[in-house]
Design a protein around this ligand. Sequence first.
Ligand code: GLU
Length: 448
Amino acid sequence: MSYISDVIEQTEAKNPGQPQFMQTVKEVLTSITPAVEQNEELFRKNVLLERIVEPDRQIIFRVPWMDDNGVYHVNRGFRVQFNNAIGPYKGGLRFQKDVTLDTMKFLGFEQTFKNSLTSLPMGGAKGGSDFDPTGKSDAEVMRFCQSFMNELYRHIGPNMDIPAGDMGVGGREIGYLFGQYKKIVGDYENGVLTGKGMSYGGSLIRPEATGFGATYFLNEVLKHEGEDIKGKTFALSGFGNVAWGACLKISELGGKVVTLSGPDGYIYDKDGVSGEKINYMLEMRASNRNKVQDYADKFGCEFFAGQKPWGNVKADIYMPCARQNEIVLEDAEKMLKLGIPVLNEVANMPTTNEAVALLQANGVIVTPSKAVNAGGVATSGLEMSQNSERLSWTKEEVDAKLQGIMKGIHDQICGALDAYGLNYNLVAGANLAGFKKVADAMIAQGIN
Ligand code: GLU
């Protein structure tokens, strides 16, 4: 048996009931086959693959909090510190009712390679809770965040582990988390969290960064194909922070977004999501209702309850911005019938491995989320630099750096594909490029 399949098998045996984590392990390890074949002896001697799939540590803790009626609830908190070979742990916090250890491990593993691709010195981690923010009051969210930080603070620090937002965790939650951290440790260490408000060390462009970065990356891909965004139609999922940033940049560059989605279904806006409609997405998110139907009610467009746009809506580009595994084999088959040429994966692992394989085999360009959505964490890295240097860059400065980073990621991917004589398979290239730096650092630092 090959080294890679051995490690996949052992990892599967050690992590029963963790399908999402195994999905990303399989994707990454299979993609890096050419690198492993070239260096097998060295990697085996360093138990490199065995170590890379095992998180440095997995922290699980109790989070009790009181609702507005004085009733107590207990949620589960997580921080999976996956790998700090190239820099302190870095990655978001996700508050969503179906968060499990499996979710955290899949995201932490992805984050390790994503952060490496940014070319900034950041290791990989992820955290969060099975707390459901839907319908919670501001005071409830604050009490939850404070209780969450009462445990998390002992595991994080500006040179150790720097969490940020993810689904269910935006500027408001980061504010409450930082306030509690400061209260506990005393020092004003604002470099401990990113995604902060501008009044206490945040970075301009950070809220927009994931969506902007995803659009910049797509632009590089389209340029490679001799095309651009102008005049193209886009089907998006989600309506949160990431989809919002993407809508802003796509409409600025002359593209038209015709769908958004939520847990309740999707909306189809034939005139395009632009102008005040994009601003309304922020209100929808702030309302904590988690219903995209609100958009259809307000702007009088079509709403399809309980459905997803995939395979139902014709567009030039699909951009899933919502959650993992929302595009499955069946959707991929329908997409092929509709003739969708590009799937720009923005959410983490939005497409199952089988669906990606089918699409790629039929000539669809699939961009890998760990590259496409890296603009968010990259801009967090820029926020960290500004915090440690005690300065604040202008919007233009941050945006220019973000664009440079996204282009750099595309260049690195092309470089890795060239080095192994592969064609334009962006998924393989991203994994090969992200892996290389982490592997070199792990080998250089000895077996630990
Ligand atoms: N949650 C985002 C991600 O997955 C941002 C993480 C960060 O800024 O640390 O990349």
